[in-house]
Ligand binder design. Structure first.
Ligand SMILES: [Zn+2]
Length: 170
């Protein structure tokens, strides 16, 4: 299902793209919320999901993300090395925020999601925690031979575990 944001929402309207924490924490209800089907699945699997389901019934829109937007999120998250921290749901939420980039405010406390969103020019607001200040590019460094890699958990040269380190700030 492809979505045309111009047809769906007025241009000057702010849309809050919400992750699971938004519904659990009963974030403000006087706004237009958009989320993705996997968030609803996560809420349904929780015992305390009634609040979340009520929030959705009170007007949050559930939309499947556009495959092209998902591909763009994968591309950026691989660049920043955030990809390993992101769940399928995280990526879908990011993709939905990217589709509505001009209107959207992404609501999330997840640092990897915030990092990718900020680099894509998506406005971000935290739900319960502080927003990150710096945008970070990560890399993996071997704890044995200190060689640097883009990804992976084990050093292909010496077999030691790789550790995530900051490559640079953007
Ligand atoms: Zn090594």
């Amino acid at each position: 299902m492809l979505f045309n944001p111009i047809n769906a929402y007025a241009k000057d309207m702010k849309i809050f793209v919400a992750d699971t924490a938004v519904f659990i924490n009963r974030y403000r209800r006087d706004a237009t919320f958009v989320t993705v089907p996997s968030v609803i699945e996560e809420l349904k699997s929780r015992e305390s999901s009634i609040e979340g389901l009520l929030a959705i019934e009170s007007g949050a829109k559930v939309e499947q993300p556009n495959p092209e937007a998902i591909a763009e999120i994968h591309r950026m998250a691989r660049n920043t090395r955030d990809i390993e921290e992101l769940s399928k749901t995280d990526i879908e939420i990011l993709a939905k925020a990217f589709e509505y980039k001009d209107n959207a405010i992404l609501l999330t406390d997840d640092y990897a999601m915030q990092n990718v969103a900020l680099l894509l020019g998506i406005e971000v607001k935290p739900v319960t925690q502080k927003k990150i200040k710096d945008r970070i590019i990560w890399e993996k460094r071997c704890t044995g031979c200190r060689r640097k890699f883009d990804s992976g958990d084990e050093c292909p040269v010496c077999g030691s575990p790789l550790k995530k380190t900051r490559k640079r700030k953007v």
